[in-house]
Design a protein around this ligand. Structure first.
Ligand SMILES: NC(=O)c1ccc[n+]([C@@H]2O[C@H](COP(=O)([O-])OP(=O)(O)OC[C@H]3O[C@@H](n4cnc5c(N)ncnc54)[C@H](OP(=O)(O)O)[C@@H]3O)[C@@H](O)[C@H]2O)c1
Length: 263
């Protein structure tokens, strides 16, 4: 259990992690401090934790989650009292570890790419290993495993595609979920039931593939009986280019992550 955890920025992603960690019992509520631009008090009240200034967060915390927008990191971190032995967990897209280390010196920095499903303990996260201190990586892995699946990557350049798949991936699937529900509504199912069922279908299919480790093509084939309904739906998907659209979405988001780093 981590007893002194601080958040520099606690918006969509910061709150997802905070909610997930509190539910999993891996952080001690009384030792959590959140700093934000305007929303620290509201967020702190919502989660029963402490609101603090960025300097107070850094002074009091052993583990610091850097969860501001990528462009804000340098200005937010400037002049804060980071010290050796602290671990900064950066979830920012497109900000290389070298830049984070320079901003948070002399603290150790672990670069992570999580996603919003951490909020319900069903996240997926990439953790950068490689040159990062092993004990700091292990600490990050423990925290992020408490809210989902973790893969450790040693090559930082793969964080661009990691950001596209893990960070942006939920948005792609939310679109798919909405479209599935729309199809069901078009065919007469009440909207609320269509949305609930579409969410369960997407979640259940993901859980099945993840837990059984079976290739998705094999799982798909098992649902598509010869001459059946699923095969007709699959024909429509192939005609509309769903496969290519998803592949291109991952590549477009990967390219954007690279562009943001280069800017
Ligand atoms: N959203 C995702 O699904 C996702 C997934 C993976 C990674 N990430 C990464 O997570 C980071 C945060 O993204 P987000 O979507 O959570 O953004 P967000 O909802 O806009 O949250 C940003 C947070 O930073 C705070 N902040 C802004 N300026 C600040 C300052 N000068 N000092 C202290 N706090 C400040 C904001 O406070 P106020 O609310 O008071 O303005 C807010 O709490 C980004 O680097 C992003 O790349 C996000």
């Amino acid at each position: 259990m981590e007893t002194q955890v601080g958040f520099l920025g606690c918006g969509q992603l910061g709150q997802a992690l905070l909610a997930g960690w509190l539910a999993a019992g891996v952080v001690e509520r009384a030792g959590v401090r959140v700093a934000a631009r305007q929303s620290a008090a509201t967020t702190a009240e919502r989660f029963g934790v402490l609101a603090a200034s960025p300097a107070e967060v850094v002074a009091a915390s052993e583990v610091i989650v850097l969860a501001v927008k990528p462009g804000q990191i340098t200005s937010v971190a400037a002049g804060l009292p980071f010290r050796a032995g602290q671990v900064v967990l950066s979830v920012a897209a497109g900000v290389p570890r070298a830049a984070l280390l320079a901003a948070c010196r002399p603290a150790e920095v672990v670069r992570i790419m999580p996603n919003v499903a951490a909020r319900v303990g069903a996240g997926a996260s990439l953790v950068l290993g490689g040159a990062t201190d092993g004990a700091a990586v292990a600490r990050a892995v423990r925290l992020f495993q408490a809210v989902g699946h973790v893969e450790v990557l040693d090559q930082e350049k793969l964080f661009h595609v990691g950001t596209a798949l893990v960070g942006s991936g939920p948005a792609f699937l939310f679109v798919a979920m909405e479209a599935l529900a729309d199809g069901a509504v078009a065919a007469g199912l009440p909207r609320a039931q269509a949305l609930r069922l579409a969410a369960r279908v997407v979640a259940g299919s993901g859980t099945l593939a993840a837990l059984e480790g079976i290739h998705p093509a094999i799982l798909k084939d098992a649902v598509a009986s010869p001459g059946g309904t699923t095969m007709q739906g699959l024909r429509a998907l192939e005609k509309a280019g769903l496969r290519a659209a998803l592949l291109e979405a991952v590549l477009a988001a990967t390219a954007r992550s690279q562009e943001l780093e280069d800017a």
